[in-house]
Write a new protein. Structure first.
Length: 392
């Protein structure tokens, strides 16, 4: 049976030269067994006719909010309810701006506002538009609301410029959507323990030291594991992103708290992924009063190593650690892997890559036997690869 048999995909098509590539996307969805309903904006019909998409989808194409038909269903509500997945390709700066700001003035934008299905947008535009502050802000706003993005590729653009802004290839979009609609269930019955976010260490009641971790990587791992059927516990420090509420969340502040909560749960876990960023050091002394001094010297002492302790007691459980390095990266990551008895180290070169707080990363998977460099990818994609390795 085709993987998407019986799935309903509503495909929004907006006005950009990449519309011609979407014809192939419809073919890929249909080949996989999906039912495809196409909504075209008026500008999209200037590039490819509705008849083309009707022929490929074997369904009428919706272009007009006010066209009278032979039935009395409110069409944008009907399509919004029908969708198992709502995809917009190409997604212009205009439609993303509408989505982000609650503007609903055509069939596509009103259907978007009415659907509760997962939404995937595939941006396509000029490189300067793609990197403009307004577009970036609108896209970030959508991502915060849970809209998924298949990021644009880089290359030669229709306007003659070279850079980011090419719509992702149809096969890449189809693969992304297939994974959303047909997630793996290979973690059913397994318990995954994830540390996430940064810890803090207080100097006094007004000040503390911490690090740059946002929690995005740990959050992505937790969500991916949940979607693959796992029972997930998250030991959660300071973070700037939402963590899936299906997980059991244990909030902590200090490294000692993260140590205690993590170590106590190792025996009841099958996979332990140390994506959190605990402070390695803490101030030797905590001041009961707010420190007021023209100059301040603070002596730090070493915190207990959470990953090392987990490695000592994990038995045959899978342990993944992260290694953020600036120099001698591979050697340091492998030394850390062996010292902490981990099965996998995910190496981040923080000197040359924008790691903290970003949605993407460039990592190397390090084991005792090899090191595999990965191209830049989303943290969710990295999470899936980690889970694949943990389940071998």
């Amino acid at each position: 049976m085709p993987k998407l048999q019986g799935k309903n995909i509503v495909l929004g098509v907006t006005g950009g030269i990449a519309v011609y590539k979407v014809c192939n996307l419809v073919r890929l969805f249909k080949k996989a067994g999906a039912n495809v309903d196409v909504i075209m904006t008026a500008n999209a019909t200037q590039f490819v006719t509705p008849l083309t998409f009707e022929t490929l989808s074997n369904r009428p194409v919706v272009t007009d909010m006010f066209k009278r038909g032979g039935h009395w269903e409110v069409e944008h509500i009907s399509l919004a309810k029908k969708a198992d997945l709502f995809v917009v390709a190409p997604a212009t700066a205009d439609i993303i701006g509408k989505f982000a700001n609650g503007i609903a003035d055509d069939m596509l934008s009103t259907t978007f506002m009415a659907t509760v299905a997962p939404v995937v947008v595939c941006p396509a535009m000029n490189v300067n538009m793609y990197h403009s502050k307004s577009f970036t802000a609108n896209l970030e706003q959508l991502e915060k609301r849970g809209v998924l993005v298949v990021k644009a590729d880089s290359g030669f653009l229709a306007c003659g410029d070279v850079g980011d802004g090419r719509m992702a290839e149809p096969q890449a979009i189809a693969d992304f959507c297939e994974k959303l609609l047909c997630p793996k269930s290979d973690y059913l019955g397994k318990k995954v323990l994830v540390t996430c976010g940064a810890t803090l260490e207080k100097l006094d009641d007004a000040r503390f030291v911490t690090n740059f971790s946002s929690g995005k990587m740990g959050s992505a791992i937790a969500e991916a594991a949940l979607n693959r059927g796992a029972e997930v516990t998250v030991i959660l420090g300071r973070h700037t992103v939402a963590v899936d509420e299906r997980a059991t969340i244990v909030n902590v502040e200090t490294t000692r708290q993260m140590y205690d909560e993590t170590v106590s749960r190792v025996e009841n876990s099958d996979v332990i992924i140390m994506a959190g960023a605990p402070c390695d050091y803490r101030p030797e002394r905590f001041s009961d009063s707010k420190i007021k001094a023209d100059e301040l010297t603070v002596k730090f002492v070493k915190n207990r190593d959470i990953a090392a302790r987990v490695g000592e007691i994990k038995g045959d459980r899978f342990l993944c650690i992260f290694s953020a390095e600036t120099d001698n990266c591979l050697a340091n990551a492998r030394e850390k892997l062996l010292k902490k008895h981990a099965d996998l180290a995910v190496l981040n070169d923080v000197k040359h890559n924008d790691v903290f707080g970003s949605d993407t990363d460039v990592v190397t998977f390090v084991t005792a036997d090899d090191a595999v460099d990965c191209p830049e990818m989303s943290k969710r994609q990295i999470a899936e690869l980690i889970l694949d390795r943990a389940n071998r």
